[in-house]
Design a protein around this ligand. Structure first.
Ligand SMILES: [Ca+2]
Ligand SMILES: [Ca+2]
Length: 272
């Protein structure tokens, strides 16, 4: 699925003007394929779908040492991220947002392509729940930490690597295997009334439990363990010259079709 921030058009009227507008508007627009990989050891942590946004650097969902906001709790306590996506859209209406993949088990990968205006949305922000857990997630604290594109539209960041030490505890739900997503009843929860902090040691508390994916969990994580990688690949969209050629071609075809209809008008009633 390619998400297009600009509805560059398909309608017939004023097609030449439309192509010209699209050509100038898309000077800084590229297609960005985002690949996500779960690098954790076999039988260790899995990840909920990754919520992402190419943006202007204004949306900040959480702070280290701060009370978790409803948007980041919606990512950390179940993974659906509805409040995170809504708050993102309100803070930065022209951001290009989306969600990549499904449950990502150890060794798994998934990818999705977005059409991005690199001048309008040079920054990249992400968030995903880590399971099994009550309220663990990955994400960038600073909204300007990852500036993917420079002023000329060049890709500055090829990959974002995440280690076990980079995993966050939202501090919003008490550790409890019976109420943890992926190993317990995710509908249950108890308020933790704490703050956002780094935490991966708690995963060992789930060792030996059966996961929703069928494997028996074994954390096997150390602070240095690589657990997740986000990779970016950029490809160009058709250049202005291509649009001009397409417009000229369409006009020629339309003109010929019209002449043909005019020429056969006396006997061809279906063309009217
Ligand atoms: Ca922050
Ligand atoms: Ca917690």
């Amino acid at each position: 699925m390619i998400q297009r921030p600009f509805p560059c058009s398909r309608t017939g009227a004023a097609i030449t003007t439309m192509f010209a507008l699209c050509a100038s508007a898309q000077a800084a627009v590229v297609d960005v394929t985002v690949m996500v990989q779960n690098l954790a050891p076999a039988s260790s942590i899995s990840f909920a779908p990754l919520h992402v946004g190419f943006n202007n650097g204004s949306f900040d969902a959480f702070n280290l040492g701060g009370v978790a906001t409803a948007p980041i709790v919606s990512v950390a306590e179940g993974g659906a991220g509805g409040a995170w996506q809504a708050a993102f859209a309100t803070a930065d209406p022209t951001a290009t947002r989306g969600t990549i993949g499904g449950l990502l088990q150890p060794g798994g990968a998934s990818s999705l392509t977005f059409r991005v205006d690199t001048a309008l949305n040079p920054f990249f922000t992400f968030g995903a729940m880590v399971v099994p857990s009550n309220d663990f997630f990955i994400g960038n604290d600073s909204p300007t930490e990852y500036r993917l594109f420079d002023a000329a539209g060049n890709l500055n960041v090829a990959t974002i690597g995440i280690k076990a030490r980079d995993i966050w505890d939202a501090g919003s739900e008490v550790f409890d295997p019976a109420a943890a997503a992926f190993v317990g009843n995710n509908g249950l929860r108890s308020d933790q009334n704490s703050v956002v902090a780094f935490n991966f040691a708690e995963f060992a508390g789930f060792n030996g439990l059966a996961t929703g994916a069928g494997y028996t969990f074994n954390s096997a994580l150390t602070a240095d363990s690589d657990v997740y990688r986000i990779s970016f690949g950029v490809s160009a969209v058709p250049e202005p010259g291509s649009y001009a050629l397409m417009a000229a071609g369409l006009m020629a075809v339309g003109f010929m079709a019209r002449r043909r209809r005019v020429g056969t008008q006396p006997t061809d009633t279906t063309a009217r």
